[in-house]
Ligand binder design. Structure first.
Ligand SMILES: [Zn+2]
Length: 186
């Protein structure tokens, strides 16, 4: 296992779309192991392969809840989104920057696990937020810096209006669930 370099800010690769994984071979498994190690080292709650320079539809998530192993998602796609709320979000590719974005309250995601089994996961709260954020990375809807606010925004459909909204007062996250701010970097 190895720590990989996390691509940041203006790196062009963050705007490229990731491709489906065709075979879960040793190379992909090594990538996943490295991604988990890198995410932990950076104290992030999620990391997409594109962030370490690999354009594959793979991401990992860890909310650091006791007894729960990091989750691995291969070729994920959302099949359902329910509700919407504004959340504060950060990203390992945009260190120490946070922005407000609209995220679904609840999602259902289909994906392959590391053994190639097809899974369906319904979740809400921070997990739903983290998964939505990582899927955005794979679909090249990467968070980018909003020119208006200096905060990160998103060109994601729902995020668009939010990133343009100037919010001078940076509110400290009220919701304790966001104690572990997405992608760490408190
Ligand atoms: Zn991110």
């Amino acid at each position: 296992m190895a720590i990989r370099i996390v691509r940041e800010e203006d790196d062009e690769i963050l705007r490229k779309k990731s491709r489906e994984v065709e075979v879960i071979d040793d190379k992909i498994k090594e990538l996943i192991a490295d991604m988990i190690e890198t995410m932990h080292k950076k104290e992030g709650v999620g990391l997409a392969a594109v962030q370490v320079g690999v354009l594959k539809k793979v991401f990992v998530v860890d909310l650091y809840e006791e007894g729960i192993e990091p989750l691995v998602f291969i070729n994920p796609y959302l099949i359902k989104e329910k509700g919407e709320h504004q959340v504060e979000e950060g990203c390992l590719s945009f260190p120490n920057k946070f922005g407000k974005i609209m995220r679904p309250k609840e999602i259902t995601v289909k994906y392959l696990d590391i053994d190639g089994n097809e899974n369906e996961l319904k979740c809400k709260g921070l997990l739903a937020q983290a998964i939505s954020h990582e899927i955005d990375h794979l679909e090249r809807k990467s968070l980018h810096r909003s020119s208006n606010s200096g905060n990160i925004g998103s060109d994601y459909r729902r995020g668009q209006k939010e990133s343009r909204r100037k919010d001078k007062k940076e509110k400290i996250m009220e919701d304790m669930r966001y104690e572990h701010t997405l992608h760490g970097n408190p």
